[in-house]
Design a protein around this ligand. Structure first.
Ligand SMILES: C[S@@+](CC[C@H](N)C(=O)[O-])C[C@H]1O[C@@H](n2cnc3c(N)ncnc32)[C@H](O)[C@@H]1O
Length: 266
C-alpha cells in the first residue's frame, strides 16, 4: 500500500511538472508507472544478511588499510554538511537526504581509490554529491557527474544540490532529468568510470536498468554502490550475475533502517 500511495502521489506530481516542463513531467509519469508495475516483485529485505563490520569489510574489499586513515576528515566533513543544511532552515535527515553510513562509504571509496570519473544518480539536496566532491578536491584530481530528476515537492525542488558549495562546483557536472534519459549517453561519452552510485528511483525496473547499464563501464577494481536495496530484489539478482566480484551489504543508520550494497569489480 505504501508503494501504491507513493506511485499515485508521484503521478499527481507529474501532472504539475508536465505543465511546467514537459520532459520532466514525462520522466515523473514513467517513475509512477514503474513504481506501480514493480509491486508484484515485492520488497527485498529478506534477501540480505548485512555485514557486522561493514566499514572494515569495505576497506578489505578496497585493499585499503584499517582503521581508515581518512576517518577523522570524514567526521569533520559530516558535521559541516549537517550544520550547513540545518542552517538553511529545514532540518536534516528527512525524506530524501542520505544517511551517514552511505556517505561514509562513498567518502572512503573516493579517498582510497582516487577516482578520475565518478557517476551518481539521485542528488536531492546533494549530501553525497558534496561528500564525493570534497573527497575529489582533497585528492586533487577527478570529476563527478550527477543525474537527478529534481524532487517535485517545493521545499525540496528549490533546495536541489543545496549542500554543494560554490567552491566545489568546478569539478561537478549536473544533468537534470531522469537516469533513463541521461545515463546511457553519459556513459557512452565517458567510456569507463571508477565509481558508480545508484540513489535515484528505487523501483526494481530502474535499479535493474541503472546497474546493468553502468556495470560494463565500471573499470576493474572500480566500485558500484546502490542505496535502499531492500526496496526490491534488483540488487540481489544483479549480484548473482557477477559472482566473482566481491560485495557487501551494510545497514543504513538507525533513522533510515534500510540497506545499501557495494560491489567491487573483479
Ligand atoms: C534518495 S534521493 C537522493 C539522495 C542523495 N543521493 C543524497 O546524497 O542525499 C533520490 C533523488 O533521486 C531523484 N529521482 C527520482 N527519480 C529519478 C530518476 N528516474 N532519475 C534520476 N533521479 C531521480 C529524486 O527526485 C531525488 O532527488
Amino acid at each position: 500500500m505504501r508503494n501504491l500511495g507513493a506511485g499515485v502521489r508521484k503521478a499527481a506530481h507529474a501532472v504539475g511538472a508536465l505543465l511546467e516542463d514537459p520532459a520532466q513531467g514525462l520522466d515523473w509519469f514513467r517513475n509512477g508507472f514503474e513504481i506501480v508495475r514493480g509491486l508484484p516483485g515485492g520488497r527485498g529485505e529478506g534477501l540480505y544478511r548485512p555485514s557486522e563490520a561493514p566499514q572494515r569489510r569495505l576497506h578489505e574489499l578496497l585493499g585499503a588499510s584499517w582503521p581508515c586513515e581518512f576517518q577523522d576528515e570524514f567526521d569533520v566533513l559530516w558535521n559541516s554538511v549537517v550544520t550547513s543544511l540545518e542552517a538553511q532552515g529545514s532540518g536534516f535527515g528527512e525524506r530524501y537526504d542520505s544517511d551517514v553510513a552511505l556517505a561514509e562509504a562513498n567518502w572512503c571509496c573516493v579517498r582510497h581509490l582516487r577516482p578520475e570519473r565518478v557517476v551518481e544518480t539521485g542528488v536531492a539536496r546533494g549530501v553525497n554529491s558534496r561528500v564525493i566532491l570534497e573527497g575529489i578536491e582533497r585528492n586533487g584530481t577527478g570529476h563527478l557527474w550527477s543525474i537527478d530528476l529534481p524532487p517535485v515537492p517545493d521545499g525540496w525542488r528549490t533546495q536541489s544540490g543545496a549542500a554543494v558549495t560554490q567552491s566545489l562546483r568546478g569539478r561537478w557536472t549536473f544533468l537534470e532529468g531522469s537516469s533513463r534519459r541521461h545515463l546511457t549517453p553519459l556513459l557512452a561519452d565517458l567510456g569507463s568510470v571508477d565509481i558508480f552510485i545508484h540513489d535515484s528511483l528505487h523501483s526494481a525496473a530502474n535499479m535493474r536498468f541503472e546497474m546493468s547499464t553502468a556495470w560494463p563501464h565500471v573499470r576493474r577494481g572500480g566500485v558500484m554502490l546502490a542505496d535502499d536495496i531492500e526496496s526490491n530484489p534488483a540488487f540481489a539478482l544483479f549480484t548473482r550475475t557477477v559472482p566473482s566480484s566481491p560485495m557487501l551489504v551494510a545497514r543504513q543508520d538507525a533513522m533510515k533502517r534500510g540497506f545499501f550494497g557495494v560491489v567491487v569489480k573483479a
